[in-house]
Design a protein around this ligand. Structure first.
Ligand SMILES: NC(=O)c1ccc[n+]([C@@H]2O[C@H](COP(=O)([O-])OP(=O)(O)OC[C@H]3O[C@@H](n4cnc5c(N)ncnc54)[C@H](OP(=O)(O)O)[C@@H]3O)[C@@H](O)[C@H]2O)c1
Length: 284
């Protein structure tokens, strides 16, 4: 039983993590508007009032295009907000858990990234997440960082790729989906269970944490329709040049859980198996 303060707890990953951790820990899940990680004095006093052994920091500006259009907010929330959480941990001698992203890499690698590849983010979101990590490392010496990728989960609250594809495919005969962006789709429930296991070990450090395997968005969309049994819509592979989005995306954010495997942990199941469980049990 540990006392754990959580920021950004109402988000996609937060909902899964709270469900997994609440059974045997004393949690204080927080989010906007009551807890804003950019308000340093209020944050430190809230954390100090609770007196946690651990702070799990999920709060983030996660919309990649909004980060590109408003980098000041991205750096204020994702970089300085993470510094603020690290300072609150230092004040309370608490271990920090930070969630980062495969978007810290430049995406040029042909095979999945490991923890031993160099960060080189190509957009404001990736830069703001990476510099949050740098602040945390400068301030604390007891922390875990989990890098993850293309999250899905949270059923009705999920507004991301999978429900979007399902909705569009129900209303159209043909869908254009990019086939030149790669990632490792990851189920929030699987990620939450793995995080919960690792943070009990005391083996602080940097961990890639994603479901096994990688895929491009076109292949993922084809799999989504197959699992959902939707046959009336065909998916057309297109280049990402077709969509004029504000933020450049790395070609690949695919992750290998290299450190977890070196430590002998059981591999996380494949993204296909996890996706199938999500669609069948939560979205059907
Ligand atoms: N989703 C992905 O595919 C993905 C991939 C890799 C890494 N990650 C990382 O995983 C973590 C959790 O992601 P998620 O998908 O669960 O994100 P999410 O659903 O967007 O949740 C983030 C939460 O943080 C809150 N928040 C935003 N600004 C805040 C602030 N200034 N102070 C306190 N809370 C604030 C958000 O509130 P509002 O909704 O009101 O803004 C939201 O409830 C993030 O660190 C993210 O960078 C996510």
């Amino acid at each position: 039983m540990a006392r754990i303060f959580i920021t950004g707890a109402n988000g996609m990953l937060g909902r899964s993590l709270v469900r997994v951790l609440e059974e045997d820990n004393q949690l204080l899940p927080t989010d906007l508007p009551g807890t804003d990680v950019t308000e340093i004095d209020s944050l430190i006093s809230q954390v100090s009032d609770f007196g946690p052994e651990m702070v799990i920091h999920l709060a983030s500006m996660t919309d990649v295009d909004r980060c590109e259009e408003d980098p000041e907010s991205a750096f204020r929330i994702n970089s300085l907000g993470t510094r603020n959480v690290a300072l609150a941990c230092a004040e309370n001698d608490a271990v920090m858990v930070y969630i980062s992203t495969g978007s810290i890499y430049n995406g040029k690698k042909e095979t999945p990234y490991t923890e031993y590849d160099n960060p080189d983010p190509v957009n404001a979101y990736g830069r703001s997440k990476y510099f949050g990590e740098v602040y945390m490392r400068d301030i604390l010496n007891r922390f875990y960082i989990f890098y993850t990728c293309w999250l899905f989960g949270g059923a009705g609250e999920d507004k991301k790729f999978i429900p979007k594809i399902l909705e569009l495919a129900s209303n159209r005969d043909v869908l254009d989906v990019v086939d030149d962006k790669y990632g490792s789709p990851t189920y929030t429930n699987d990620l939450a269970r793995e995080i919960s296991g690792v943070i009990r070990t005391g083996y602080y450090g940097r961990y890639h944490c994603a479901n096994s395997g990688f895929v491009n968005r076109y292949e993922e969309a084809v799999e989504i329709l197959k699992i959902a049994g939707i046959t009336g819509c065909s998916i057309n592979p297109v280049s990402s040049d077709r969509f004029n989005l504000p933020a450049p995306r790395p070609r690949s954010e695919a992750l290998a859980n290299y450190n977890l495997s070196l430590m002998g942990r059981k591999p996380m199941r494949s993204w296909r198996e996890a996706l199938s469980e999500y669609i069948v049990t939560e979205l059907a």
